[in-house]
Design a binder for this molecule. Structure first.
Ligand code: IPM
Ligand code: MN
Length: 351
């Protein structure tokens, strides 16, 4: 029997609550589909940082390099200055483990309310492939004359040929495997960012020649946000840089019914990948058993799919759809009609 080593980082705020439900569901899937999950918990996040000053000790990072996958709840603590945990933990994990793809499916499930009344599940079903190790996120830049009237702040977008190419290649491969509309859209800003997206565009059309059966399309990022609302059915797979991917996937989360259902995978196709609900730590709902755990459950399903348990992943998705239709009023915390733990119970039961 396959035995997967999973590192669990429940993290801050509602992270532990949603991770608990995710584990409940994948444990049920493991039983049903005949594999084992062996968890190791890591108490990384705001609480540990405030107690010990540690964010991500090198010894922990070395352990994380050896697991089959990482399951992450949420990072972010209102008592810690913004940027410290995000950079020191979440971004450091993405970078050190070279998780160069952030895969974010935007899928409206039947029964979920969408803010755009005329759009339904058949219209909203696409995937964003976000570059996850470069762009504006590397921390390249700095200050000159900080705190003076002549202050200069520089934040540089790093785009390497290798980083751009591996991301675009992944997106073409993914689009081919997905086999839906067979269209890959590059989202950029070639009219203004004439260096960064010149590279992206050249690589996009060059690599695209290897996939003649797929349509290659381009949209500026501002237009992309417009089409996502107006004509989301046009999209199949979107590939974009780190910053634009961050922004358009929050918009995407709203299209699919909110942060309560939005899951993502930080993928290193040749190494250790990490799966997380894309919403934050939601401090105001912490400990109340009202947060929606579906995003964490769907992230766990992605993790199983990535480990090679495609049947288990599909079964969880189907059980999530059934739970939404049978038991839930709404995707928002506090308004679901059932509690966080009940959502997990139902999904596990319908499996
Ligand atoms: C996300 C988050 C992170 C990001 C933050 C917390 C650093 O917004 O996963 O989208 O910007 O990537
Ligand atoms: Mn984000």
């Amino acid at each position: 029997m396959k035995n997967y080593k999973i590192a669990v980082i429940p993290g801050d705020g509602t992270g532990p609550e949603v991770i608990r439900e995710g584990r409940k569901v994948i444990d049920a899937a493991a039983k049903k589909f005949g594999f084992k999950l062996q968890y190791t918990d890591y108490d990384l996040g705001g609480v540990r940082y405030k107690r010990t000053g540690e964010i991500l000790p090198d010894s922990v990072l070395d352990e994380l390099r050896k697991v089959d996958a990482i399951y992450l709840g949420a990072i972010g603590d209102p008592e810690v200055k913004p940027g410290i945990l995000e950079k020191g933990l979440l971004l450091r994990l993405r970078f050190e483990l070279d998780q160069y793809i952030n895969l974010r499916p935007i899928k409206l499930y039947p029964g979920v309310d969408c803010p755009f009344k005329e759009k339904g599940p058949k219209d909203i079903d696409f995937v964003v492939v976000r570059e996850n190790t470069e762009g504006l996120y590397t921390g390249a830049g700095g200050f000159l004359k900080k705190g003076t009237k002549d202050e200069v702040a520089i934040q540089v977008s790093i785009n390497t040929r290798k980083g751009v190419e591996r991301c675009i290649r992944f997106a073409f491969e993914y689009c081919r495997k997905r086999n839906r509309k067979r269209k890959l859209t590059l989202c950029g800003k070639t009219n203004v960012l004439t260096f960064a997206f010149d590279l992206w565009e050249r690589v996009f059309y060059e690599v695209g020649k290897e996939y003649p059966e797929l349509k290659s399309d381009y949209a500026h990022v501002d237009a992309t946000t417009m089409w996502m609302v107006k004509n989301p059915e046009w999209f199949d797979v979107i590939v974009t840089d780190n910053m634009f991917g961050d922004i358009i996937t929050d918009l995407g989360a709203m299209l699919q019914g909110g942060m309560g259902v939005a899951a993502g995978g930080n993928l290193n196709p040749e190494g250790v990948s990490m799966f997380e609900p894309i919403g934050g730590s939601a401090p105001k709902y912490t400990g109340k058993n009202v947060i929606n755990p579906l995003a964490a459950i769907l992230a766990a399903a992605m993790m199983l799919g990535n480990l090679g348990e495609a049947k288990a992943a599909a079964a969880i998705e189907a059980a999530v759809v059934k739970t939404i239709q049978e038991d839930m009023n709404c995707m928002d915390a506090g308004k679901m009609g059932i509690s966080t733990s009940e959502v997990g119970d139902r999904v596990a039961k319908y499996l």
